[in-house]
Design a protein around this ligand. Sequence first.
Ligand code: ATP
Length: 466
Amino acid sequence: MSEKKLTIEKIVSLCKRRGFVYPSSEIYGGFAAVYDYGPIGIELKNNLAKAWWKHTVQMRLDVVGLDSGIFMHPTTWKASGHVDGFDDPQIDCKDCKNRMRADHMLEEFDIEADKMTADEINAQVEELKKKGTELKCTNCGSKNLTGAKNFSLMVKSNLGSPVDELSEDNVVYLRPETCGGIYLNYKNVVDSMRVKLPFGIAQIGKAFRNEIVARQFIFRTREFEQMEMQYFLHPSMMQEKYDDWKQVRWDWYLEYGISKENLRWYKHVKLAHYAAEAFDIEYNYTALGGFKEMEGIHQRGDWDLSQHAKFSGKKLDYLDPKTNKRFVPHILETSVGLNRMFLACLHEAYTEEELENGEIRTVLKFDNRLAPIKIAFFPLLKNKPELVAKARELYQKFNSQYNCEFDDNGNIGKRYRRQDEIGTPFCVTVDFESLENQDVTVRDRDTMKQERIKIGDLDAYLVEKL
Ligand code: ATP
């Protein structure tokens, strides 16, 4: 058996063919940088979100959940600094009109430009020119480029306004990150729940960014989903809790089948002015060229609550019951894109194996807990009602506990191939012997081994493995 190279074309094609991810608005010619999750994809996405929620909220005494609105008071984003400063530097090609991220262009020359302003980038470009190097369009290679200018990532809308035109008076923003809703509910949670510092608030939800370049399938889109946890604490506890959370998040990936070799830490060198330390967990997206950010784990100081207290005029502090002193809690956050996690899972699971007959088998070897479909039930033949009835009966029984499929289309080989490509751990086939002996064939996705299991023992056999 040999491993084959994974390309983004292979991922995109499998995702479309098997109902994981479709391009948005396809019948209208498509809509850039947005993707739709199909019947199989939504199961994987839900399972990932469920697994994150379980470990981040349900299994912990010190974290509670939240689901806040996507629209918030527009001042939220003034206070957070997003309205004035959530920009990416953009360079355009004057010849082919290609739009490029100026910071990414400088990174090609080993210049860390992540937090640079457009002016700082233009200065760097001049320096490069003096050394005889000029930036080139990533599309057509032309050197006829604009200077860098700031491009706001904020997506604007209007809400409940009779005026069609967007103006300063009626603009609302689609949130660029979910944590804004957490900060605004800090006081509600403290007042309504029995939480004591240190504690966290977590939420999963959509976020929107007007990304300049969004060409890497679901890695960078204009509408995406974040899973964020904001942990409120006294600053004296920051380093200890920060180290704990870094470990918790790293271990979570290993627990769900991401291999250690494909993960690495990236330490931010240039920090936001309020941050003392910031790390990302990067995943080795080989189909996109290598390691890229999947999750950020950042110290945020007391910036967020202080800013919202200043702009709202409301007190957002904490009365320490032990010392009877008030202070503004500091925050550490863990922030991961669900879609990037989804793409990492596809990378990790995607396997091509050469079978003895020379055919290539494509199989997604997901952790069983993440698999979209857990068991597929097949009657050996479609036109034998007694086999169909038995397979249906088993499907109905198991479907109340696990997400299952019933399939009687085409030959068994084709049915196995489809289940392999969506990562179903077990296929159960009812054949003529089943009716006589009360047993079925169970086929294992990874080893392709088939075992005869008594129907009465099937539950125990599968429970242990799922
Ligand atoms: P990048 O540098 O890749 O643009 P970022 O540093 O701006 O990401 P954060 O603001 O830290 O990202 O957001 C937290 C997480 O949200 C990221 O680690 C990523 O997983 C996810 N994310 C951010 N932007 C996008 C996007 N446009 N599409 C998909 N996921 C995203």
